[in-house]
Design a protein around this ligand. Structure first.
Ligand code: ATP
Length: 403
C-alpha cells in the first residue's frame, strides 16, 4: 500500500535501516521504518487512513508513526533535501535525498534501503558498501566525523558487534579510540548514556559487550568508578547464567534485566560514591531511590544468608529474601559461590515466593480484629507457618491467627 501511495504522490518510498539489515542477515525484525521523498506527515496521514490505522506526528522532525489495526507500528520519515556545506574549496556535492538520509546514519549495515514503489519494488539501495560489510561481518561508520557528531554511536557499535558476532572495522576502531581520547563522552547527557547502556544491558550478549566496553575504555569514559575488575567480571558472567535460568521458568513478574547487570557493574562501590554515578546518569529522584533501596536490601539479605552455616527453614529463607526486589535476589544468587545458598534462592523463587494462604483481611475482620498494620503482620506470620507446614488449610490458619 505504501509503495502504491508513493507512486500516486509521484515520489519514492523505501524501507530502511535495521529491517533491511536483518532481512539480509535472515533475522526476524518487526520494526518497519519507511523513508519517503516527500512530506512524511502527509504521507503517514494518508497511509493511516487507507490502512484504517491511526497516526502520531512529530512535526519538528517531520516524522510520524502509523499504528495499524493489528498493533504493528510503521515509522515514516521524510528524506530531507538539505544542502551539505562542504569546506570552502570543495565543490558542492549533489546527493539524492535518500542518499543524504542514509549518509546521516550510524553504520554502513544500517544504511541500506529497499525501494517499495511497484515499478522498482525490492531494488536494494546500497551507497556505502553495506552488502560487503555484512558479508565480512564488519561494523563500519560512514565518515570520519561520525563519532564526533554523536559519541553514543560508540556504544551502538559495540551493541551491534556483540549482537551479530561481527567485528568493528580497523579504521572505525581507531576513530573510537581517538574519540575517547578527546573525552567526547563528557559532553553527552546522562540521559543519552543511560539510554544506550540500557539497550546494551537488555541484549542477549551482555558479558561480551561489557568486556568490550571496558577494553576500549568506554566504561571508564562513562564513569571511572565503573571500570571492570575480576570480581565484577565473575559476577557478570554468572549473572548471564542466572538470568537465562530465571527467564526459562516463565515466572511473573519478569525482571528488569538491565538493572540486574547494572548492580554487577556497580559492585563494590560505596554508598556515597554511588551518588556520583546517579548524578552522572541524571537519575530522577524515584530512580535513585529505587536503586538505593535495591542495594540496601541486597546488602542486608546477603549479610544474613551468605554467612549461614546450619540448615535454614523455609520460613527463614522467605523472611530473609522477601524484602529484596527480584533483580536483587538474582544478583545475590550470582554472587554466592555456595551451592546450598543457590539452592535456597532457587527454592525461594520457584516455590516459597509463590505459595499463597487461604485467609484474607476479610477473615481477620470477621474475627473482630480492628483493621490496621497488624493485619499485614498476622497474614505474614500465617504465611511463615504455612511455609514450614505448621498449619494447613483455612481452618488451621484461622486457629493460628486466633492464638
Ligand atoms: P534494533 O534492531 O536494535 O532496533 P535498529 O537498527 O532498528 O536496531 P534503531 O535504534 O531502531 O536501530 O534505529 C533505527 C535506524 O536509525 C538505525 O538502523 C540507524 O540507521 C538509525 N540510527 C539510530 N540511531 C542512530 C544514531 N545515533 N546515529 C545515526 N543513525 C542512527
Amino acid at each position: 500500500t505504501a509503495g502504491q501511495m508513493a507512486e500516486e504522490f509521484g515520489t519514492e518510498a523505501y524501507v530502511v535501516g535495521g529491517f533491511v539489515r536483518d532481512i539480509l542477515l535472515t533475522k526476524p525484525n518487526f520494526d518497519l521504518d519507511l523513508v519517503v521523498e516527500t512530506d512524511g506527515i502527509k504521507f503517514a496521514k494518508k497511509l493511516a487512513k487507507k490502512m484504517s490505522g491511526r497516526a502520531k506526528y512529530h512535526r519538528k522532525f517531520k516524522t510520524a508513526v502509523v499504528i495499524l489495526p493489528d498493533g504493528q507500528r510503521v515509522d515514516v520519515a521524510t528524506a530531507r533535501l538539505e544542502y551539505y556545506e562542504y569546506p570552502a574549496a570543495l565543490p558542492t556535492v549533489e546527493l539524492s535525498s535518500i542518499k543524504m538520509d542514509l549518509y546521516r546514519r550510524d553504520f554502513t549495515v544500517n544504511a541500506l534501503a529497499v525501494h517499495i514503489n511497484p515499478s522498482s519494488f525490492g531494488k536494494l539501495v546500497d551507497f556505502f558498501g553495506a552488502q560487503r560489510d555484512l558479508k565480512d561481518r564488519t561494523i563500519r561508520i560512514l565518515h570520519a566525523l561520525s563519532f564526533v557528531e554523536d559519541p553514543t554511536r560508540i556504544m551502538r557499535a559495540i551493541r551491534f558487534e556483540q549482537r551479530f558476532d561481527f567485528r568493528i572495522g580497523g579504521q572505525t576502531l581507531n576513530l573510537i579510540k581517538n574519540a575517547l581520547k578527546l573525552n567526547l563522552f563528557n559532553k553527552l547527557s546522562g540521559y543519552r548514556i543511560v539510554h544506550e547502556l540500557k539497550l546494551i544491558l537488555n541484549e542477549d550478549a551482555v558479558p561480551g559487550s561489557i568486556k568490550r566496553m571496558d577494553e576500549l575504555g568506554v566504561l571508564e569514559a562513562i564513569h571511572p568508578l565503573l571500570v571492570l575488575n575480576s570480581s565484577r567480571e565473575q559476577v557478570i558472567t554468572e549473572l548471564e547464567r542466572v538470568i537465562s535460568w530465571h527467564s526459562l521458568l516463565y515466572l511473573e513478574p519478569t525482571i528488569s534485566v538491565w538493572k540486574t547487570y547494572f548492580l554487577g557493574l556497580c559492585m563494590g562501590i560505596s554508598k556515597p560514591k554511588m551518588e556520583q554515578i546517579y548524578n552522572r546518569f541524571s537519575f530522577s529522584q524515584t530512580e535513585e531511590r529505587e536503586f538505593v533501596h535495591l542495594r540496601e536490601t541486597i546488602f542486608w539479605a546477603a549479610g544474613n544468608i551468605m554467612n549461614i552455616r546450619e540448615e535454614l527453614k523455609p520460613s527463614e529463607i522467605y523472611t530473609i529474601l522477601h524484602p529484596v526486589p527480584l533483580e536483587g535476589v538474582l544478583f545475590i544468587m550470582a554472587r554466592t559461590k555456595r551451592d546450598m545458598i543457590k539452592k535456597y534462592i532457587s527454592q525461594y523463587l520457584t516455590t516459597l515466593r509463590l505459595q499463597t494462604i487461604d485467609i484474607t483481611g476479610d477473615d481477620l475482620k470477621e474475627l473482630g480484629l480492628i483493621p490496621g498494620p497488624q493485619y499485614a503482620q498476622l497474614l505474614f506470620e500465617t504465611k511463615l507457618a504455612c511455609l514450614d507446614s505448621l498449619v494447613k488449610g483455612k481452618d488451621e490458619q484461622l486457629e493460628f491467627v486466633k492464638k
